[in-house]
Ligand binder design. Sequence first.
Ligand code: IPM
Ligand code: MG
Length: 376
Amino acid sequence: MNEQTKAAVQAFEKLIEEQLERKNRIESNSEKNDFANKDKITVGLCDGDGIGPTIMDSVRRVLNVLIDEETSSGKIVLKDIKGLTIDRRLQTGKPIPLDTLEELKMCDVILKGPTTTPHGGTLESANVTMRRELDLYANVRPVRIPEKNIDWTFFRENSEGEYVLGSKGLKITDGMTVDFKITTEAGTRRIARAAFDYAQKNGKTNVAIVTKANIMKKTDGMFSEIAHEVAKEYPEITVDDWYIDIMTANLINEDIRDKFQVFLLPNLYGDILTDEAAQIQGGVGTAGSANIGDRYAMFEAIHGSAPRMIEQGLGKYANPSSIIKAAAMMLRHIHLFGKAQRLEEALEKCSASCVMTGDERGKTCIEFTDELINLL
Ligand code: IPM
Ligand code: MG
């Protein structure tokens, strides 16, 4: 074996061992947070970067009004977590500085503004790190357009696939690089269960499994196989297999798209398809995103930190809708169902009356928030 091959095989061996350990951890995990019966729930608030602090200020103001009763009684504790900034990530060389990670682990749920990830280099995205460290395996993204009869909920596997080793690919030699995609049975089973449970509890009758199992035969092949196995436990729900390429077309095919209800997908396809879906809804700034595990959950805006808006001095026009939707999902997750609904209804009215254009032609984030609080 030549030196290059030897180095690559050694690196691969280490990665595989780590992944086998991860697989064992998933299989033996039993810790679960029971929000229905919890006396005190700690909600961590992370501003993030770019427009993050602006939209998180909006959420803070809204929560201060909406859940005043719960915070006054001590049932809910809102805790500011300051350390999750790009400056600190660059300074510590860690996607989430260790002290910040400790603080996050003391919370039950987290509401997070967008974080910036440098292009290239090896610094992992803070998002990906948080999803992994807190084992947030289900990325749930609803997209609704009532006037078009669209009511979609995406269950994107959030801890495996191309992401788990996304920053650990190998440069074998000049001119040749390799990345990895990992799928485990336990990892697939838990996301499939989350999707089918949701479908069952919400009166949905169909789950679309979206893969590229004709090409990614091992990983996507197993994903689809396990999803079908789980489906057998839900005989009242029908399932269809789709390939990701045709599904991207289906979402803009007005003849069939309103038939879809729940989508179950591996990580990267879920990433891509949910941006498309959010755009159909009105833009990536309009969708909320939940990252759910058994112990922790994190809720975030689906969009990025919008560095260009900041550079152009337009940060104050950032639209907080996505993070507000995420906040509503968080309230529902911790069983504050009525409050979640109040927030969603107010947001819908506010979005209709308060036009945001991302610049001086529209309202500012503060004006939008004032209006939203009036409507609560
Ligand atoms: C998302 C984002 C993230 C992802 C980035 C920021 C790492 O695009 O939440 O969809 O790719 O998962
Ligand atoms: Mg994305």
